[in-house]
Design a protein around this ligand. Sequence first.
Ligand SMILES: CC(C)(COP(=O)(O)OP(=O)(O)OC[C@H]1O[C@@H](n2cnc3c(N)ncnc32)[C@H](O)[C@@H]1OP(=O)(O)O)[C@@H](O)C(=O)NCCC(=O)NCCS
Length: 294
Amino acid sequence: MIARRHARVQGATRELSPAFTDPAVVRAALADPPQGWVDVRDGELLASLLWEESDDGRAIAGIIGAAGSPEAMARLYAVAGDAWMARGLATHVFVVPSVDRPLADRLIDLSFGREEAYAVRPLGDRGGPRLETGIEVERVGLEHLETVTRLGDLLARHHEGSPVFDRHSNAFYSGLPEEYRRSVVDEDARVLIARAGGESVGLLLWRPGAPFPLYDERSAEMILLAVHPDARGKQVGRTLVSTAMRDMSSFGHTAAIADWRTTNLEASRFWPAQGFLTIANRYVRTVPERPTAG
Ligand SMILES: CC(C)(COP(=O)(O)OP(=O)(O)OC[C@H]1O[C@@H](n2cnc3c(N)ncnc32)[C@H](O)[C@@H]1OP(=O)(O)O)[C@@H](O)C(=O)NCCC(=O)NCCS
């Protein structure tokens, strides 16, 4: 059922993996054993909702394994929601392909809101032409971890502000250098730094591979992009992305992936302007706490 659903989505979104239309490939990508619910009527499978728990205590459904009509999914969510709340999981997440508007609309009626956009840009043109912006981009390693941390923090600080309001703890900030180090060492992330007027003004990290198995396995992912506030709007971001895309292409990758908060106004304008097409969105609902006097 999941493979059939992917075939429908992939028909409209060719950048997704054609391999995922094979039930054996889907089976191999599922958790072992998968967890979730199915809706069976008169021996016929109508819908399935598989889910996993994220490190930060969210219940995530839909990356793979949410298949069925919007009505059937709503009924399964009622079952899932009860079970998640009983386990103390008050934040519920669905990832929905952009072509599945009816499911997205149904989730909005269930009080979900759009949080994140996932987008793809094919690299069939070898990542596009070299830009003559006068901005120098250098590939660096961990010897520049301090610069990476300084520029990388800008993204988290940007997310703290309005209208994103993504609040982080002090522990989160103090753990960032280790996160960046881990990305480079364990995930083979490539580090690009942009320089203008002798200063390091922008940072881009990308890594081979894709966040979800339904992407083409030859994809590569943009994992971090930040430009210093004083240098924004001067083509630094564009130069970094175009260098990264040509890098990806030279390593044999066929598509670039990026994702961003839909509340991040700069990113929401920037990525589509670089040719990225939104292929899925993340919808989120957080059930409010019970009143303390309740
Ligand atoms: C998003 C960000 C990286 C863009 O970098 P930048 O160097 O300012 O962008 P550029 O100058 O290269 O802009 C390239 C294009 O993006 C678009 N764009 C970028 N910022 C924009 C803005 N604030 N408003 C409108 N369009 C914008 C424009 O189309 C621009 O093309 P143009 O020069 O032909 O007008 C930068 O704003 C930033 O660091 N923001 C905070 C961190 C962040 O949001 N990172 C991305 C997280 S996913």
